[in-house]
Structure formats: C-alpha cells, structure tokens
Design a protein around this ligand. Structure first.
Ligand code: ADP
Ligand code: ZN
Length: 709
C-alpha cells in the first residue's frame, strides 16, 4: 500500500503544503531531470522548497551555498523541525562541531548541507573527493555579479563548482536581478543551457499606503495608533539614520510599545541580540536602518513602516517584502516629506554614480506621488503589467479626484518668477500665504504683487500642491543651488495660459485610518478565531522556548491561523492543514488538538462528537502504527486493537490478517470450539495457557465471526 513517491506527496508529507506555489513544481522537475536552472522568485515566494524537495528525492547530498550565516541556521532548524536531516558548516562553529558535521556528510547521512562560499572553496578538493553530491543550490545568486545590488567577490570563485562537479545540476536562486545581472550569473557560474524561471513580483497580501508631509509629532501618534491596533504583532520601522532608529524606539517605548533598534553602528553582539529578540518575539517592533533584514527569515512580520522615503524602488520592494512572507494580509506604510527628498538628493550628490542614483530616486518619488494604483507602478518597475487595479493600496481604496489646477499653479509659478526664482519651497509658501516672518519682510517679498495671493490654502496643503507641480514638471528644485525653485519651460507654458493641468484633490490623499487592519473575515466568528489564535500562539511559544528555535519554525502564522479558523480537535483533522507535515503532526498534533478542544469547551463552543473508531481508521490509513495511534490519542494499545476489531466487523477496515499468524488463528479457532466461547476473551486466554495475547485473540475472533456470517 506504499504511496507512490512524487513531489506532490512529499510536499504534503514533509512540508505540510497541499499545493505548489507558482513555478515550484516546474523547477523541481527540471532539477530532477539533472538540468541547470536560474530561479527568480521574490522574497517570500517559496524559493527554498525548489531545492529542498528535490534534495529528498535525490540519492546523495544537496549542497546549499548561502552568504548569510544567520539565515543558514534558520533554514537548517526549519528543516530539522520537519524531520529532514540537514546541517550547516561555517566559520562561527568550533572545530569539533565542524568535524562532527563532516563525518556525517562523508557517511552520506546529510540530505542538505549549508555552506558559506568561503567554507566551500576552502576545502573544495576534499569535499569533492569525500562527499557524494546530487545537487548544488546557490542562494542569493545575484551576489556573484558586479551588476547586482550586493556584489560579493568571494562568490565569483564559485566558477569552480562546475569543474569539480560537472555532472551535478546547479540551481541558482535570487529574489531580485535585472536582465544584465541574470546574464552575468549564468556566465559566471558556467551554467549549462539553464532554464530561467521568472516568477511574478506581485505580493497581493501586502497593502500599500503612502503618507506625505505628516509632521513628526502627528506621525509618531499615527504610528502608535497603527501599532496598538495590531496588538501583539511584529513589525519593522525603517528609518534613514542611526540616530533616528534610537529616537523612534524611545518614542514608542514611551507609549508602552515593546520596541528595539538596530543599525550598523552597534556592536556585533548588540545587533545579534536585537535581531534574536525580534525573531523570538521578545520585542514586537524593531526600528532599524536598512542594514536590518537581510538575514531574517521571520515569516510573521505583519507590517513594515518606512519613516522616510527609500533611495530606490529595489530597496523599497525588498524592505516591504519582509512583511507577510507567510502569505497572510500585512500592511505597509511609507511616510515621506520634502525634507526626505532634500536629504536624499544631497546624499547622492556626495556619492558616486550620481546620474543613476538621481534617476532611481525620481522613480520612487513618482511611485509615492502616483494618482493611479500603486501596485501597477510598482510592478511596472519590475517589468510586469497588472491588468486591473489592486484594491489593496491607498489610491485604489480612495480614488483620486482631479480638478483643474491651472489657476492654482499659476499663482505659485507667478510668485516664483516675481522673486527672480531665488527662493526655496518654504519661503515660497510663506510668500503665497502672506506671512510677515522676518525673512520675508527683510527680503522685500511682501512688496511683490503675488504676496498673500494663496492665503486661503494652508501651509501643508501648499506643500502638497507644490509637490504635485514638481511631479508634473512645472517646476524643479536646484539641488545644487541651495534648493531654490525654478520654473521649467512647461511651467512657463502653463503660467502664460498656453497649457492647462489637472491636479489631485487633497482630501482624497489625506484619508488614512491607521487602525484599519488588512483582514478578510467577518465579525464575531473572527473574534473567536482571533482569541484562539492568541491562545495557540502561546502554546507555540512554549514549544519554541523549549526547543530553542524561533516560534515560526514550529508553525508559521499562516498555519496557526488555519488552526484557529478550522479548530481541529482530532489528529486526522490536521492532515488538511497547510504547513502540517507528518512529522509535525506527530510531534505537535496531540498537544494542539487537545488544547483546542479544551479551549472550545471553556469558551462554550459546541464540540462535535468524535467517532473514536473512525479516528483510528483515519490514522491507520495514514500509516500510523498501533503504538503511534495509542500514544498520540493517549489511549491503550489494547483499546486501539478493539477499535480495529470493531472497524473490521462493521466493514470499515479490511486488512486485519497482518495482526496475527495462521497458527494464532488456528489455535484461537480450536480454543473457541473447545470452550464454546465466541465473545469473551478470558476463557480462551486461559485455555491457551496465556500464550496468545488478548488483542490477538480479539482480532482472531472478529475474523472468525465474519467467516461464519
Ligand atoms: P523565499 O526563500 O523565496 O523568500 P521561502 O522559501 O522562505 O521564500 O518561503 C516563504 C514562505 O512560504 C515560508 O513560510 C514557506 O514555508 C512558505 N511556502 C513555501 N512553499 C509553499 C507552498 N507550496 N504552500 C504554502 N506555503 C509555502
Ligand atoms: Zn491599487
């Protein structure tokens, strides 16, 4: 009755997933056909399964090369939690530990061996001689290319892989690589006619919101409200500077939020601690520079907030991508201000690659300012088209309404001309609003004709309109001349009435309810589920602490959510839960089903009655041994045998002859005839001098009874 071993079955058995994500199955088959591949799947898309599952089917070891030591440990723990033999080797381990891993590797006992490139290259000759390799996976493969965004020189030496293992299929994986980088990866690794798998960059479970020009104090309050509404959930707040990460964490703590910070200026030790605290849910929110996140696999990050505008779309995409890796609804909010733009522009001016960097900043600014679906813009950047609006970004939720902004723009443009294009944005707004600030009076700006012409519009709103004008190309900011505003050619055409322009109404932009979570279910049932979810989260934490692994290694949030929604009370119900493989069901299933049952009772939820025989049958069909059924159900083995006899009698189970021998059957038959007993076990047991156990007698009697029917 051995089920055929195919990828689909293994996916369920070892990882607990019912179906493949896009591309996974194709990639797996390609690898199993011994062919090279280059896999581009965005973060959270499920790259690991693409080489982990073939690793189980292939006869020898899969070598996984990864530059991120923290991630290595995480992945190995996750594999072990699924009952898969995996190990890692890196320089952070003692000689003794390394020797132990190597010994098992030489004995071909390790299915997946994770290595840093240095480690591999340092001993490649002896590895090639002593480890039997079936597959080579290269994670973060973009690191090999100078064109990529994270070039690592040691990666270029991976060319050697094809020399030592010419026959072994290589699978190179990355989350982001543009066309040049892709080509370069293939060339550098010497991949042979590789197939390139390119997955969609769409992450529909992430909501996208952009907030412009919110004052610092209000912003903090908004963020606090946002976090409070997401009680107990994890999130990251990205800040521009080291100092601001610390300030932000401090402000949040003032409001009773458990927050930490992380930046490259901290000691290694402090950084590791901050990271561990976050991964293990000891702190809920981490305020960090973009240095944070690379080695982090935490799947239940529920929100990512950008306190400032990121430098480019690649970075932004990668950072928001750290939310919702388990596929559950998660929120992202980007705050930005004119100040951010000014600061980022000046950073760029002080660095190399000026033109490219300014262009990249322009693109993210356009994204932030877009009056159409943000997801369309985001995906367009990565070369994809989204046909219909996403309904999960702030623009889709509050569609922008246009108005004829020509007159408004003319007021501002005219004021600019009358100051000889010599003032910055803030002074310009003061002139428009007729401020009597010292600087205005001293500059003589109160004498110009347009002074006070825009009194009816607030300072903040003028900033927003000017931003729109900037994006429409009516004006530009001379970043190299103290940020003064200049009117463009197009701006002059509008000023002189040759062209009209449409602007976006501000009330549409302003609409944002920070406490509104991305969710899907209905009320009351939802409350119950949420409360059970919290309860189960505690049980998960207990396991995690006992095993010293992050909680999501036990179960992802998505799995926990499914448990809370479906509320399974018996083991066999767990077969249908995503993320529950055989191994995890055996290890954690009994505790979770028991706890759920108790929780339901204490919350007065009716629990449907369990057919105890049927439950045994389901477990038998899933190849549970009698002993396993007994332990996991907390019953005696004899009870399970009586279930089997009962199932057999009522025609639900056929195959009981494996539980006794022909001799057993013969003896029981003789004893039954001699004693005239067909039901009670005691007399037969005695008659046979206690040599045949009760449960065997019971099963033989059931068998005989059916024969006589
Ligand atoms: P990546 O390496 O591409 O960032 P991972 O391999 O870490 O992504 O997978 C991201 C999340 O998706 C993990 O929580 C993983 O368990 C889950 N996952 C992967 N494949 C599937 C699948 N076929 N069905 C359901 N969940 C999956
Ligand atoms: Zn949208």
């Amino acid at each position: 009755m051995q089920a055929t071993i195919n990828p689909q079955n293994l996916l369920k058995k070892h990882f607990g997933y019912d179906s493949f994500r896009p591309l996974q199955e194709e990639i797996i088959n390609h690898v199993l056909n011994q062919k090279d591949s280059l896999v581009l799947i965005p973060t959270g898309g499920g790259k690991s399964v693409c080489f982990q599952l073939p690793a189980l089917l292939l006869p020898n070891t899969t070598i996984v090369i990864s530059p991120l030591i923290a991630l290595m440990k995480d992945q190995v723990e996750a594999l072990k939690a699924n009952g898969i033999s995996a190990a890692f080797l890196n320089s952070s381990m003692s000689d003794q530990e390394q020797a132990e891993v190597l010994e098992s590797a030489y004995k071909n006992e390790i299915k997946l061996l994770y290595l840093s490139p240095e480690k591999l290259l340092g001993s490649i000759q002896s590895f090639a001689a002593q480890i039997k390799v079936s597959q080579i996976a290269i994670d973060e493969a973009h690191c090999i290319s100078q064109w990529g965004h994270d070039f690592r020189p040691e990666y270029t030496k991976l060319k050697a892989l094809k020399e030592y293992w010419p026959e072994v299929p290589i699978i190179a994986l990355t989350a982001t690589a543009d066309k040049i980088t892709r080509k370069d990866i293939v060339k550098q690794l010497g991949l042979f006619e590789p197939k390139i798998f390119l997955a969609s960059f769409d992450r529909p479970n992430l909501s996208l919101t952009v907030r412009f020009g919110i004052k610092k104090k209000k912003k903090i309050e908004e963020i606090v409200g946002f976090i409070h509404a997401r009680n107990n959930e994890s999130g990251i707040i990205y800040c521009l500077s080291r100092k601001s990460t610390e300030e932000m964490a401090l402000s949040l703590k003032d409001y009773g939020i458990s927050a930490g910070y992380y930046h490259a200026g901290m000691s290694n030790e402090d950084r590791t601690k901050a990271q561990d605290d976050f991964i293990n849910d000891r702190i809920k929110v981490v305020c960090a520079t973009i240095a944070f996140g690379m080695g982090i696999d935490k799947s239940n990050v529920r929100f990512v907030i950008h306190n400032n505008l990121p430098k480019n779309m690649e970075g932004y995409y990668q950072e928001i991508g750290r939310a919702g890796r388990d596929g559950l609804p998660s929120d992202t909010v980007l705050y930005y201000s004119l100040g951010d733009l000014v600061m980022l522009r000046s950073f760029i001016d002080d660095s190399g690659q000026k033109e490219l960097s300014h262009e990249k900043l322009n693109r993210i600014q356009q994204y932030a300012e877009t009056p159409i679906c943000r997801r369309k813009i985001l995906l367009a950047y990565f070369g994809e088209t989204l046909e219909t609006p996403c309904n999960n970004c702030d623009v889709c939720k509050h569609p922008r309404k246009n108005f004829d902004g020509t007159l408004l723009a003319q007021k501002a443009l005219s004021a600019m001309i009358r100051t000889d294009e010599k003032v910055g944005l803030n002074v310009l707004v003061d002139i428009l609003r007729g401020s009597h600030r010292k600087e205005i009076i001293e500059g003589g700006f109160d004498k110009i004709k347009t002074f006070g012409i825009g009194k009816d519009i607030s300072f903040h709103d003028w900033q927003q309109y000017l931003m729109q004008m900037l994006n429409l190309g009516l004006l530009e900011i001379a970043y190299d001349e103290n940020y003064i505003c200049k009117v463009t050619e197009f701006g002059k055409e509008v000023l002189y009435g040759k062209k009209t322009i449409a602007m976006v109404k501000l009330e549409d932009i302003a609409h944002f309810d920070a406490t509104q979570k991305a969710t899907s279910e209905e009320k009351s049932e939802e409350d119950l589920t949420a409360s059970l979810f919290d309860y189960l989260r505690n049980i998960r934490r207990n396991f995690a602490e006992k095993e010293n692994v992050p909680a999501y290694v036990i179960f992802s949030d998505a799995t926990l959510k499914e448990l809370a929604t479906k509320k399974p009370i018996q083991l066999s119900d767990l077969f249908a839960i995503n993320g529950m493989g055989e191994f995890k069901i055996k290890k954690y299933g009994p505790t979770f089903t028991k706890e759920i049952k108790q929780w339901l009772k204490s919350n007065d939820v009716k629990v449907s009655k369990v057919d105890t025989y049927l439950e045994t049958l389901k477990l038998l069909k899933n190849k549970y041994s009698i002993e396993e059924i007994a332990t996991s159900r907390n019953l005696h083995e004899t009870t399970i045998y009586s279930h089997i006899a009962q199932l057999y009698s009522r025609g639900d189970y056929e195959d009981i002859s494996s539980f006794f021998t022909a001799t057993d059957l013969h003896q029981v038959k003789m004893a039954s005839e001699a004693t005239g007993e067909k039901k009670l076990l005691g007399p037969i047991f005695q008659h046979l001098k206690e040599e045949i156990p009760y449960h065997v007698i019971r099963l033989c009697l059931a068998f005989l009874a059916k024969q006589n029917d």
